[in-house]
Design a protein around this ligand. Structure first.
Ligand code: PBE
Length: 268
């Protein structure tokens, strides 16, 4: 097709993130589904991927990255998803809050807040963009809470604060999850009186940590597709508190100036 040279221009490489991320599995699946056997998915990290993207955009060079929404990259750069007619990246993805078994009995106040907590892409965007612009995550979460007292009140409605209790939240260092987890930390600490510990690990250990009870909960479970393997493995050992955000998305992302419009255009 007319984009036959794109593969050569990017050396048939897709810039990925951490190997435990669900988007890496989905991208391997896309490589199979679309017959992209001469393409390589590079492992890196969330931070290294956005650094590569920034570098390419400054030089107006083509690049293909594994991307997701919500993410500040869409506010900062003019980007587009490559269409995915074969649905390798699924449909109607959500971010779920997952708790360890027994949290409801052991820490009912924290459980109630985590069960109540649901927000929007725009709300998360406020925290994410502030962090990306240099605000410390804790400060960005506190600023959000101060700007949206009604939301905090909704999520904590009728919950009596505790004293001397500790809660551990597990997360992966993905920009979206740093934002949500810092907000939950703020509410659990400032409004509900918990000492909050953070367990920052890779995706596999995050799910395992909740399943084993090393962590009380995570706000970073992408379902039904992105973390399908982890869900299959641990669903009997965790409790799904439902979506904390709906309408999220993963896929292959390129700068708007890249001519390709579909993953099918990557076949040369
Ligand atoms: N993500 C962001 C994660 C979930 C959150 C899309 C990079 C993943 O691929 O597992």
């Amino acid at each position: 097709g007319s984009d036959a040279s794109l593969g050569d221009q990017v050396a048939h490489k897709i810039t990925g993130i951490d190997p435990g991320a669900g988007i890496m599995n989905a991208t391997q699946k896309a490589i199979d589904d679309y017959g992209l056997s001469d393409w390589t998915l590079l492992e890196s990290s969330s931070a290294a991927m956005t650094a590569s993207l920034d570098k390419a955009i400054k030089k107006k060079e083509p690049i293909i990255v594994t991307g997701w929404t919500p993410h500040w990259m869409f506010a900062k750069y003019d980007l587009k998803y490559l269409e995915d007619p074969k649905k390798s990246y699924g449909e109607a993805e959500e971010i779920h809050t997952i708790a360890r078994l027994g949290l409801k009995e052991d820490k009912p106040e924290a459980y109630q807040f985590l069960d109540n907590f649901q927000w929007t892409e725009d709300e998360m965007g406020e925290i994410m963009v502030a962090i990306q612009e240099g605000t410390a995550p804790e400060k960005a979460a506190a600023d959000f809470a101060e700007a949206h007292p009604d939301r905090i009140a909704e999520w904590t409605d009728g919950i009596a604060p505790v004293s001397g209790d500790t809660i551990t939240l597990a997360l992966v260092n993905w920009d979206s999850e740093v934002a949500s987890t810092n907000l939950a930390k703020y509410v659990l600490h400032e409004k509900l009186g918990y000492t909050v510990k953070e367990l920052q690990v890779d995706a596999g250990p995050m799910w395992l940590g909740v399943a084993q009870g090393d962590a009380d909960a995570t706000l970073a479970a992408w379902l039904p597709l992105t973390h399908a393997d982890y869900w299959a493995k641990y669903q009997d050992k965790v409790e799904d508190l439902g979506a904390n955000m709906t309408g999220v998305k993963t896929g292959l992302v390129v700068p708007a100036y890249v001519e390709a419009t579909s993953i099918e255009d990557l076949v040369d």
